[in-house]
Write a protein that binds this ligand. Structure first.
Ligand code: NAP
Length: 266
């Protein structure tokens, strides 16, 4: 579990904001949910498993923040609609969404089976689109205070629109689509006063970036020469970038895909 942060009860950058985080029970999603709550937001975390979501809620509550959990599968439209409705019913509105749920499907293109390929696209591409669809519809109901009706950040990857890797074709293809989807959503939603952007991390210090059989120490050794930065990003560093994109200070950022890979894809 991410170490708890004390909650800013004196307002905070995200006071009055209601944030939905998909994949909020672990890794980057949990760190970002905790970071938003630490700056005053009320947060709803979404995932398929109740237990990790409850741990995130507990982390936030223990630090004095406000959070709730909703179990949902983002590939199921009724689940996504219900999760967005739950957020609005519980906290009055939805103003920020971080569409971050994802998974890796590895293997050479010639070895992948069709069912796994389709499930991968369903999760990463269709799941992100379904979230965008229902989040944008909900955000349209918000009053525009001059800084817009809402902000959405989607998690793509540097493996996708920015670089490719053998053996990662399914993931690369799906994440490239998330980058493209984010740009289309950005130009469509801008007229509603809703900003949509993406982040494209390189390796982050979560189990997802470990190769089969690899320890975190092995990963550190592998990454030393793999980018100018020479290490994985921390999940808190990624969270901090998401918070910036979601903040009013990032007002001109629309359709941006923020690459956070320590220069690996340069
Ligand atoms: P993680 O800890 O495995 O988080 C993935 C989350 O997605 C889990 O909490 C999982 O919860 C949720 N999820 C998966 N399928 C779902 C579904 N159908 N419906 C709802 N929730 C679902 O991995 P992470 O490292 O934090 O990665 C988060 C995002 O960053 C992913 O999109 C990943 O592709 C991207 N990313 C990660 C890295 C990296 O190095 N870690 C690099 C670039 C991009 P449940 O299993 O409970 O549903």
């Amino acid at each position: 579990m991410t170490a708890s942060r004390s909650i800013d009860t004196g307002g905070g950058r995200f006071a009055d904001q209601v944030v939905l985080v998909t994949g909020g029970g672990s890794g980057i999603g949990r760190a970002t949910a905790v970071a938003f709550a630490a700056e005053g937001a009320r947060v709803v975390v979404l995932g398929r498993r109740a237990e990790p979501l409850a741990e995130t809620v507990e982390l936030i509550s223990a630090a004095g923040g406000v959070a709730d959990a909703v179990t949902a599968d983002i590939t199921v439209e009724d689940d996504v609609r219900a999760a967005v409705d739950h957020t609005v019913t519980t906290f009055g509105r939805l103003t920020i969404a971080f569409n971050n749920a994802g998974a890796v499907l590895a293997g050479p293109l010639t070895d992948l089976d069709r069912a796994a390929w389709t499930a991968n696209l369903d999760l990463t591409v269709t799941g992100t689109w379904l979230c965008l669809k229902h989040e944008i519809r909900a955000m349209r109901a918000n009053v525009d205070h001059g800084d817009g009706r809402g902000v959405i950040v989607n998690t793509a990857s540097n493996l996708g629109a920015h670089t490719v890797r053998a053996g990662m074709g399914a993931y690369v293809t799906a994440k490239a689509a998330v980058s493209a989807l984010s740009r289309v959503a950005a130009v469509e939603a801008a007229a509603d006063g809703i900003r949509v952007n993406a982040i494209s991390p390189g390796p982050v210090d979560t189990p997802m970036s470990l190769r089969p059989g690899e320890t975190p120490q092995d990963r550190a050794a592998r990454l030393r020469d793999a980018s100018p930065l020479g290490r994985a990003a921390t999940r808190d560093e990624i969270a901090s970038a998401v918070l910036w994109l979601a903040s009013p200070g990032a007002g001109p950022a629309i359709g941006h895909d923020l690459v956070l890979d320590g220069g690996a894809s340069l």
